[in-house]
Design a protein around this ligand. Structure first.
Ligand code: GLC
Length: 526
């Protein structure tokens, strides 16, 4: 495996509950994932990022962690996790885990102890408990409603997410020590790094001031003290052999603030959410690319390119609605269930895949993206599991639609996901989208991803924009490679080229049709 592999890696996000079910209970698990590792190696990814597999009551899909140093029985055992890491390594893939430091589960022994110990007890200092007859400030929960819940004994506790996810107090030495132990625990077991959940939220503004009138960005985000924490984490990662890395989940509107997390001695990479939230428009995408490159370069960190994850509607559906970029939870209220053009969305999603895979840096693929899966927006209300649904009083359907179990094979649900009834229902019409069906079809989205991930390994050098008509993105990497993406409404002539390496759709008499991308071999510039 290459040195500093993370600078150019293609990283595949596994949401284990929905990836593959090995034991037949309808829920994806480590057994299922282990059985599919050859598929991932064949896809051509360099690393996996596996979302939380720890002990959890699963109120928020495992982001409510009750024990970070054990595997939930729903997924398997710690021994299986160790075997899985070894098996992935043997196939040439690194493994990133997902660490959740902002909060834990309300079933975590610390929170149980804090509740039992009562107001004023030292056990409560590991969290944010405050007294009073009203919530201590005006902070909202990300899942709707206030960020404070009453304990029933005269106090309130802070939870930026669900009430079952109490926020930890990072000023407390126990919290710091325990997470450092967790890092070492998994590094010792071969983990190659961690994705850090809600990375900028750990440190809260002194005095927990109201949001109304707060002079900075948000009183619970991007506070200066958080950088010290990541410097100490980085020192731990660096003390291990073999390039152990961190990828921060950092949603911040200002890319310059994001880049501060990537300074030498801090995190290695951060997800590029500007790309994921960008509408399908040439000028907007070019601006994101330019800003990303310009803000990462001075800190020496590689950009990452992200089109989807387990929190956002799938690109096929997003891009199939003009002007409906995913920018916030409001998307669900605004766009969910409104008509969209699935054919158009798929064409654009395929073109977007070639765009991001051609850019310098590393690229993420969320499970099912390589199959061109659409968002499932018609899940019945009684099937929905995302806490957003209940917290919004049934107005925001939330994120279950991108978490539907993968279709692997066959013509009917459960499409080879397992033998049991999947925990979220799959659309009956997914037969043509299975990995098996797409493996046989050279024009499938799976075939496109396989080819793109193979070819991108040969790409080197920075990005040079090439002259292009309005609505068209064209850039070179080195002298011999160009990527051209047509976001205009007309077919366009690509720049002079020697051959087409890969295209997201057929060229038409040498012209690149709308919503299509091509990778071209250039003749060389002497
Ligand atoms: C992150 C995760 C999301 C989770 C939240 C709380 O944003 O990606 O799935 O709900 O953090 O942990």
């Amino acid at each position: 495996m290459r040195g500093e592999w993370w600078r150019t890696a293609a990283i595949y996000q596994v949401y284990p509950r929905s990836f593959a079910d090995g034991n037949g209970d309808g829920v994806g698990d480590l057994l299922g994932l282990r059985g599919r590792l050859p598929y991932l190696a064949r896809l051509g990814v360099d690393a996996l990022w596996i979302t939380p597999w720890y002990r959890s009551p699963m109120v928020d899909g495992g982001y409510d962690v009750a024990d970070h140093r054990d595997v939930d029985p729903l997924f398997g055992t710690l021994g299986e996790a160790e075997e899985l890491i070894g098996e992935a390594h043997a196939l040439g893939m690194r493994v990133l885990l997902d660490i959740v430091p902002n909060h834990c589960s309300d079933r975590h022994p610390w929170f149980q102890e804090a509740l039992a110990a009562g107001p004023g007890s030292p056990a409560r200092e590991r969290f944010w408990f405050r007294g009073g007859d009203r919530p201590p400030n005006d902070w909202p929960s990300n899942f709707g409603g206030p960020a404070w819940s009453p304990t029933g004994d005269g106090e309130w506790y802070l939870h930026l997410y669900a009430p079952e996810q109490p926020d930890l107090n990072w000023n407390h030495p126990d919290v710091r020590d325990d997470f450092e132990r967790t890092l070492r625990f998994w590094f010792d077991r071969g983990a190659d790094g961690f994705r850090i959940d809600v990375a900028p939220a750990l440190v809260k503004a002194e005095g927990l001031p109201d949001l109304a009138g707060y002079p900075g960005y948000l009183p619970w985000k991007d506070q200066e003290g958080v950088h010290d924490l990541y410097r100490s984490w980085r020192a731990i990662a660096d003390s291990y052999p073999g390039d152990r890395v961190f990828a921060g989940e950092i949603w911040l509107p200002d890319p310059a603030r994001l880049a501060r997390y990537l300074r030498p001695g801090e995190l290695h990479t951060a997800f590029n959410f500007a790309m994921l939230t960008c509408p399908w428009e040439a000028d907007a995408l070019r601006a994101v690319i330019d800003t990303t490159l310009a803000t990462h370069e001075p800190v020496g960190a590689p950009p990452t390119w992200v089109l989807s994850n387990h929190d956002v509607p799938r690109p096929v559906t997003r891009y199939g609605r003009d002007g409906a970029a995913f920018d916030s939870a409001d998307y669900f209220a605004r766009s969910h269930g409104t008509p969209y053009d699935e054919g158009l969305g798929l064409r654009r999603a395929r073109a977007a895949a070639l765009l991001v895979a051609a850019l310098p840096g590393s690229v993420y693929v969320y499970q099912g993206e390589e199959l061109g899966l659409p968002e499932v927006e018609d899940l019945p209300a009684d099937a929905l599991r995302d806490p957003m649904w209940a917290r919004s009083g049934g107005t925001v359907k939330g994120r279950d639609g991108c978490r539907v179990p993968l279709p692997w094979s066959g013509t009917r649900p459960p499409f080879g996901f397992g033998v049991g009834r999947p925990w979220l229902p799959q659309p009956p019409g997914w037969a043509s989208l299975t990995a098996e069906a797409q493996s046989r079809d050279p024009s499938s989205t799976l075939a496109l991803y396989r080819a793109a991930l193979r070819l991108r390994r040969g790409l080197t050098g920075g990005l040079t924009w090439l002259p292009a008509p309005r609505g068209v993105l064209a850039f070179a990497r080195g002298d011999r490679f160009a990527c051209v993406v047509n976001l205009s409404r007309e077919p366009v002539s690509p720049p002079p080229y020697d051959g087409v390496l890969l295209a997201s759709g057929p060229l038409d008499g040498g012209l690149l049709p709308p919503d299509t991308a091509a990778w071209l071999r250039l003749g060389g510039r002497g």
